[in-house]
Design a protein around this ligand. Structure first.
Ligand SMILES: NC(=O)C1=CN([C@@H]2O[C@H](COP(=O)(O)OP(=O)(O)OC[C@H]3O[C@@H](n4cnc5c(N)ncnc54)[C@H](OP(=O)(O)O)[C@@H]3O)[C@@H](O)[C@H]2O)C=CC1
Ligand SMILES: O=C(O)CCC(=O)C(=O)O
Length: 447
């Protein structure tokens, strides 16, 4: 295959799906050489079958708000690839959700899940419904209406959803409850469930903690200690807040956080009290990040800004959303001496930013490797559910550490540049993730 021809064809067929095309281009470009070493791949047009999702469900979700007004949102589930296990991936509720965004996420998820070494295929779903400002009853009615449409397409061995932006424990609980009622079964069809009904210890922490474990593995390749390092984090949701918890435990200093309204910065690092306040504000009270600066005068709020250009840091961990760090942001980080970028979010760096990080040969980990801890612990939750057992927090955390170490090793194996010590984690993650899925697809015939 020629990556440029594959992309030209996909651009012609899916012209209005920029995020999907962006995610696919990165992968096809990185795997082009290895793909061409296996003529049987091309003979079975594997690349096209891998890039185009197995199927897409889209549907209207009608629900009634607290005042009796009827709203209609769009709902989707993308079942991308199940060569190595049931479709698996989160559900996103955010006003910006569309088919292109979910197709990029489902595509990325396929390679990420492969990297975990657990038997999970790739999928993603969601809705353009925004949970912000909605009451618990409105959220519940929306989740029930969403699952009323989707429940027939998912199941413990078919497709296992979980959380993502705008979907946390509360939403998973409502969706699981309604699924259970419709399907008349109590199985592990969702992960990220409450601990009282089949959830796994460490699942809420897993994406943020896993990213820190991956970062430690990267820093170790250059003999760098994380203690005292300044870390710019973006976002203030599930991934970002557990990232800052682990960073603090490891002795690093968090110098920024953000939400869709703007960023907060503190060049010498937030205190533990401030980070605890942010954790509660965002996870329990659903407040705005600007409130932190109102409470603490030594914290600066920058409305409408992303943190990257505004505060010096050694390490950046973008943990909010896609394309939140562009070429100019990357240049500012590099000018300020950044040594590592480890992505908590999915595809937060634009292609221009990635090019700059790779050219500067800093430690740069793409989301599909660095944030795989979340779905990995989801895979462990599925294993516990099918065994009807719960493992201790220590056992799950140990498994998470060893999965992240293994992902790092796979990236090193496929991404180390010849004649140098530099590891191209983008290439490493894409090739390693691809090879396992490709072998499984070849063994199963043209489907
Ligand atoms: N949850 C998980 O287990 C995993 C999540 N991820 C990825 O991590 C990222 C964060 O997810 P998660 O923490 O779960 O989601 P949350 O909903 O818990 O938090 C999302 C955070 O990002 C901010 N944000 C969302 N959209 C935008 C936007 N368009 N511009 C600026 N800020 C935005 C939100 O701000 P606000 O509060 O204003 O909306 C919030 O601070 C996503 O890319 C997700 O796909 C990856 C692997 C696993
Ligand atoms: O836990 C999961 O199934 C999915 C997590 C997720 O959405 C992701 O890895 O992007």
């Amino acid at each position: 295959m020629k990556a440029s021809e594959v992309m030209a064809d996909l651009r012609r067929r899916f012209p209005n799906e920029p995020e999907y095309l962006q995610a696919v281009e990165e992968v096809v470009t990185s795997i082009e050489d290895v793909y061409n070493e296996y003529p049987s791949f091309e003979a079975e047009n594997l690349i096209e079958r891998l890039c185009i999702p197995d199927r897409i469900f889209s549907f209207r979700v009608s629900w009634v708000d607290d005042k009796g007004k009827v709203h209609n949102n769009m709902g989707y589930r993308i079942q991308h690839n199940n060569a190595i296990g049931p479709y698996k991936g989160g559900i996103r509720f955010h006003a910006s959700v569309n088919q292109s965004i979910l197709k990029f996420l489902a595509f990325e998820q396929t390679f990420k899940n492969s990297l975990t070494t657990l038997p999970m295929g790739g999928g993603k779903g969601g809705s353009d419904f925004s949970p912000r400002g909605k009451s618990d009853m409105e959220i519940m009615r929306f989740c029930q209406a969403f699952i009323a449409e989707l429940w027939r397409q998912i199941g413990p061995d078919t497709d296992v959803p979980a959380g993502d932006i705008g979907v946390g424990g509360r939403e998973v609980g409502y969706m699981f409850g309604y699924y259970k009622k419709m399907a008349r079964e109590f199985t592990g069809t969702f992960t990220g469930k409450g601990l009282d009904f089949g959830g796994s210890l460490i699942r809420p922490e897993a994406t943020g903690y896993g990213n820190c474990y991956f970062l430690l593995n990267m820093l170790a390749t250059r003999g760098i200690d994380i203690k005292g390092k300044k870390v710019a984090v973006s976002g203030s949701g599930n991934v970002a807040t557990y990232t800052t918890r682990k960073l603090t435990e490891l002795g690093a200093k968090v110098v920024s956080m953000s939400d869709s309204g703007g960023s907060i910065i503190k060049p010498e690092g937030f205190s533990e009290e401030q980070l605890d306040y942010i954790f509660e504000l965002k996870n329990y009270y659903r407040g705005r990040i600007s409130e932190v600066a109102e409470k603490y005068p030594d914290v600066q709020y920058l409305p409408g800004e992303r943190p990257w250009k505004h505060v010096k840091c050694d390490i950046a961990m973008p943990s909010a959303t896609q394309n939140e760090l562009d070429g100019d942001d990357a240049q500012a980080l590099l000018d300020n001496g950044v040594i590592a970028v480890s992505e908590g979010a999915n595809m937060p760096s634009t292609p221009e930013a990635i090019k700059k990080f790779l050219a500067a040969k800093i430690l740069y980990a793409p989301g599909k490797a660095a944030n795989a801890g979340g779905v990995a612990v989801s895979g462990l939750e599925m294993a516990q559910n099918s065994q009807k057992l719960s493992w201790s927090a220590e056992e799950v955390d140990d498994k998470l550490k060893s999965i992240m170490k293994n992902i790092h090793e796979q990236c090193e194996k496929y991404g180390k540049e010849e004649g140098s010590d530099f590891i191209n984690y983008v290439k490493g993650a894409n090739v390693a993730g691809f090879m396992k899925v490709a072998r499984a697809m070849m063994a199963q015939g043209v489907l």
